[in-house]
Design a protein around this ligand. Structure first.
Ligand SMILES: CC(=O)SCCNC(=O)CCNC(=O)[C@H](O)C(C)(C)COP(=O)(O)OP(=O)(O)OC[C@H]1O[C@@H](n2cnc3c(N)ncnc32)[C@H](O)[C@@H]1OP(=O)(O)O
Length: 166
């Protein structure tokens, strides 16, 4: 199984050029608590009060499972702030010959940084990580308003999303 940290290094070189100047993509780091990762996520949905030690415990849980979770961020070079983030989760199936299915989750670009193709870049990076890790497909759920964005990222609409909240 590929360690995604390595694949991000490879991807970075290949596609970094397509990012606007002054930004870079990298795996999530434990220091991102202080770099605005949660502020960015709060522009997607409710985050709640998360203490630094709890953030770090969750980060370490994910880091110990890099064959399943790949979280990436885009950092702005001048402010050193996280301005975009996203996660790929790799599901291990019995079907499709023990196939691996990638799930894209929690995509967000800071509201002041939208329209610069940062979202596209996050998705392209996660797609390449998924491919490198051996996923046969990548799926995601989104609202109607984001369908055109994901179509630009190479996704097509298929079936429906269902939810049951506890
Ligand atoms: C699986 C999930 O996580 S779904 C949740 C997605 N996240 C959110 O809804 C949070 C709030 N929204 C955001 O963070 C951002 O608006 C995002 C992530 C949806 C898009 O990020 P951006 O960086 O602004 O998009 P980006 O600039 O990369 O756009 C890529 C292309 O999609 C187009 N696009 C982006 N959003 C939209 C939209 N809502 N409707 C139509 N086209 C769109 C852009 O015009 C661009 O087109 P182009 O290639 O012809 O220039």
């Amino acid at each position: 199984m590929v360690n995604y940290q390595c694949s991000v290094d490879l991807i970075s070189e290949e596609v970094q050029k397509s990012l606007p100047e002054g930004y870079h993509v990298r795996p999530l780091e434990i220091e991102d608590y202080a770099k605005g990762h949660l502020d960015c996520l709060a522009q997607l949905t409710t985050v709640g009060e998360i203490k630094k030690e709890d953030y770090e415990a969750r980060f370490n849980y994910l880091k110990d499972r890099q064959d399943t979770y790949a979280s990436i961020v885009i950092e702005r070079d001048d402010s050193k702030k996280v301005v975009a983030s996203g996660t790929l989760i790799v599901e291990r199936k019995f079907i499709h010959a023990l196939g691996l299915c990638g799930h894209i989750e929690d995509i967000v670009v800071d509201k002041n940084q939208r329209g610069k193709r940062l979202g596209l870049y996050v998705i392209e990076t996660l797609k390449q990580i998924g491919k490198t890790m051996g996923c046969y497909k990548i799926i995601l759920d989104c609202n109607d308003g984001n369908i055109p964005f994901y179509q630009k990222c190479g996704f097509e609409k298929k079936e429906n999303e269902m939810v049951h909240y506890f």
